[in-house]
Design a binder for this molecule. Structure first.
Ligand code: XUL
Ligand code: CO
Length: 433
């Protein structure tokens, strides 16, 4: 036991009326909604990078958080893992996620970094054996170190492509050993700063072949989890190739990977792409590539990816409604890709941020589940498309444009516009949240 969270109790469900800040008001893991325990619906994960590796910097200032595990030794990395599992225990979190760079010190060479990673994976494996919390996903950090500044798989230098292959292979091996349920690729530097020095076609081709190699390696080692791409339109690069769900789907189709790779959809990234979170979720589900969620929120004034903990259940209910419509998570979950503010110095802040985020999501899920169960919205949606159930409509999709056109004169079609009923549906929605 470390003393970092000393005096902070295990967080338990006390119900909506509780005034205890170290309690859940909505997240009740064993409560059953739509035939499934709340914990199994939400599948919460804590993100190692924001909670244990982030020093609190912003573009105008450096470190504000002074954690006793900060430093570049294996002893400190093990100490960090001890504290991390203490937070997971306090929250009762079923999962966590990490990048290699979050959990191990960077070595002077690739071989040394790999040795460090494998050493920490041994340590995490022993921790997982003794604790409830398991690995939702692992990933390689291919954006922080200066070697990645011009990209990883899309780097103009083939030696960096090789280094990216070695990094992803090492992290897939680590994820596989730890029983991770997914492997994530987020390409923060897979994009460009200026078109003036960029061969778009070559970079896209290299990214596509790289992803095929990742899938080939998954089968080679027998990794049963899902491979997930995390879309984001920009930041840190001016333009990123995995712009949004639609772009990722086109890319997957182009490289024959639409049946192999799904998406990890982040709330803040959806907003940066000019979409809503629920749009990205609904689109991914409709294309068969919905995998997992990175849960956070942005500040709507600043326009950057501020990665704040969610605190608006009405907004998140729209997202969880889409998760329910998609049939729920299989290998995926709700990963808090969210960080405390740089002024939130106290260990309590880290705990309460997660308590609030988990409660916000649980409250959102409860509202979404109630409406989904009542079937009112789905009934309205089905009624709107009911015309497509008729044989004439179905035949039209099988026939030609001319045959469809012929119906207009043959049947004297003069379609009467019907109300979209938006405000009624919005009022219906508001009855449930
Ligand atoms: C960056 C981001 C990453 C990925 C994992 O915006 O979301 O933390 O989730 O690399
Ligand atoms: Co993310």
């Amino acid at each position: 036991m470390t003393d970092f969270f000393k005096g902070i109790p295990q967080i338990r469900y006390e119900g909506p009326e509780s005034a205890n800040e170290f309690a859940f008001r909505h997240y009740n893991p064993d409560e059953v909604l739509l035939g499934k325990r709340m914990e199994d619906h939400l599948r919460f994960a804590v993100a190692y990078w924001h909670s244990f590796a982030w020093p609190g910097g912003d573009p105008f200032g450096g470190q504000t958080l002074q954690r006793p595990w900060f430093g570049d030794t294996m002893d400190l990395a093990r100490f960090k893992a001890d504290v991390a599992f203490e937070l997971f225990d306090i929250l009762g979190a079923p999962f966590y996620c990490f990048h290699d760079a979050d959990v191990r010190p960077e070595g002077a060479t690739f071989a040394e970094s790999l040795k460090n990673l494998n050493g920490i994976v041994d340590y995490l494996e022993a921790k997982q054996a003794k604790h409830k919390t398991q690995l939702l996903w692992g990933t390689a950090n291919m954006f922080s170190h200066r070697r990645w500044m011009s990209g990883a798989a899309t780097n103009p230098d083939p030696d960096v492509y090789a280094y990216a292959a070695a990094s992803v292979k090492a992290n897939m091996d680590a994820t596989h050993r730890l029983g991770g349920q997914n492997y994530v690729l987020w390409g923060g530097r897979e994009g460009y700063e200026t078109l003036l020095n960029t061969d778009l076609g070559a970079e896209r081709a290299h990214a596509g072949r790289f992803l095929q190699q990742v899938v080939e390696y998954k089968y080679k080692i027998g990794f049963k989890g899902a491979i997930l791409i995390e879309p984001k339109p920009q930041e840190p690069s001016k333009h990123q190739y995995d712009y949004d769900v639609a772009t990722v789907y086109g890319f997957l189709k182009d490289f024959g990977l639409e049946g192999e790779v799904k998406t990890n959809i982040e709330q803040g990234h959806a907003i940066l792409a000019g979409h809503s979170f629920e749009h990205e979720l609904a689109l991914a589900a409709s294309l068969g590539i919905f995998g997992s969620i990175d849960m956070n929120r942005n500040d709507y004034q600043s326009g950057w990816d501020t990665d704040q903990f969610p605190n608006n259940h009405a907004e998140k209910a729209l997202a969880f409604y889409e998760v329910l419509r998609a049939g729920g998570f299989t290998t995926g979950g709700t990963n808090f890709d969210a960080k405390i503010r740089r002024q939130s110095l106290d260990p309590e802040d880290l705990v309460l941020a997660h308590v609030g985020g988990m409660d916000t999501c649980a409250r959102a899920l409860k509202a979404a589940a109630k409406l989904y169960e009542a079937d009112e919205l789905e009934a309205a949606r089905r009624a709107r498309y009911a015309g497509w159930e008729t044989p004439a409509a179905k035949a039209m999709l099988k026939g030609s444009l001319a045959e469809a056109a012929a119906r207009v004169t043959a049947e004297g079609l003069e379609p009467e516009p019907k109300s979209g009923r938006q405000e009624r549906l919005e009022n219906l929605w508001n009855r449930y949240i």
